[in-house]
Design a protein. Structure first.
Lengths: 204, 190
């Protein structure tokens, strides 16, 4: 191996390393809706009680984006989009979860009896972003939802839900980003349904 | 001179590969936990207006507290699982089961990542061994043996670090179970 060969070897190595570092993070990806959480049979705590789930509102700072991809230098390189508004997914899935729990769910406030709980929500954040580490990268998905529960008698309660999903990956972010997003969205729904049930139980 | 350039190039490549990134839009777990309330904040309590004397009061279906139901009381006596939750409770509380399902999904994702990184560690380890083992042979046939040997050892060192790092990532994979445990505490007061 002469000096020229060593130089060529080094050049090829540097180019290969730079290629590995840049990754294939340049294409826009669309995140699909998560599957509904798995609802199982058992005690239905709702007992036919009326509850209203108002479609949630979107208060995200960047409503056109559901996440980003990054290159090897941790700079944003491409967008992750949602195939439909995530606040709609969340309110639909929460309504479905409460219905599975035995509540009589509707979306019309006008027809609701005074004691019926009215669930409304605001999506503050839903974002998927790679967290670049030394030896690996993790797709992290944050979902931040504030829920307000009220009734026509004047009761009002509020609670903030912040759920993180993550999936560590070696190759591309595509499937890891979707996994992290699914996990965070589904867990948010389960958390909200559980918390509303506990609140409804505490307020006869 | 060649050795110096080679070393600089490799160090630059290593720095590029191991760029430490920081979160831009998402939050670190400890900040996220602060925004994840563990109870409701009651902003205004209702005092339902009394109905007129000639009207019957509205019928409100009272919900039987979960922990007072006989099937739940019986399930609480069953042996506890790894999370400290009575195993029989999953069959009667659908939301506890839904939370458990999410933990299982997270665990499956974590173990898939762990497998991937164990394989990566094995490959990097094999490359390390190959580089270190062939360095003396290559040096014997090279015009500048010292430079060739150093280059192979340097790459061997880098791939060795990658192997150890990948193994560390594989071992650090775990599923977040905080949502399940929090639901159990909130619902059953344990």
């Amino acid at each position: 191996m002469n000096v020229r060969n060593v130089r060529s070897c080094v050049r090829v190595s540097v180019v290969a390393a730079a290629f590995l570092a840049s990754g294939c993070a340049w294409t826009t990806q669309t995140l699909e809706p998560p599957q509904a959480p798995a609802w199982y049979g058992g005690i239905q705590r709702g007992a036919g009680r009326d509850i209203v789930v108002v479609p949630f509102v979107d208060r995200r700072k960047m409503p056109h984006l559901c996440g980003i991809k990054k290159n090897g230098y941790s700079q944003p390189a491409a967008h992750l989009l949602c195939s439909m508004p995530p606040e709609r997914w969340l309110s639909d899935l929460v309504a479905e979860g409460l219905s599975e729990s035995g509540f009589d769910v509707s979306s019309a406030i006008e027809d609701a009896p005074p004691s019926a709980l009215i669930v409304s929500g605001a999506l503050e954040q839903t974002f998927v972003e790679p967290d670049m580490g030394v030896f690996s990268a993790s797709a992290e998905a944050d979902v931040w939802l504030t829920i307000a529960v009220s009734n026509k008698n004047g009761f009002r309660a509020r609670r903030s839900f912040y759920v993180k999903g993550s999936d560590t990956y070696l190759g591309g972010i595509e499937s890891a980003g979707q996994n992290a997003f699914d996990t965070a969205m589904r867990e948010t729904v389960v958390d909200v349904v559980a918390a509303v049930e506990n609140l409804a139980e505490a307020r006869p | 001179m060649t050795l110096r350039r080679a070393s600089l190039g490799l160090v630059a490549a290593l720095v590029a590969v191991t760029q430490l990134g920081c979160r831009i839009y998402t939050l670190p777990p400890e900040s996220a936990a602060r925004l994840n309330d563990d109870h409701w904040t009651i902003e205004h309590d209702d005092t339902a207006p009394a109905p007129p004397a000639n009207e019957a009061p509205p019928v409100v279906v009272p919900l039987v507290p979960l922990r007072q139901r006989p099937e739940v009381t019986a399930a609480m006596q069953t042996p506890r699982d790894a999370f400290g939750i009575p195993a029989g409770l999953y069959a009667v509380d659908p939301l506890l089961m839904a939370h458990r399902h999410e933990v299982d999904v997270r665990a499956r994702n974590a173990s898939a990542s762990a497998r991937t990184f164990f394989i990566a560690a094995a490959i990097w380890g094999a490359v390390t061994v190959a580089l270190v083992a062939t360095a003396p042979v290559v040096a014997r046939h090279a015009e500048s043996p010292e430079a060739a040997r150093t280059l192979f050892y340097l790459w061997g060192g880098i791939t060795g670090i990658e192997a150890l790092g990948s193994a560390g990532v594989a071992l650090s994979q775990h599923a977040d179970t905080s949502a399940l445990e929090r639901y159990y505490r909130e619902t059953y007061g344990r």
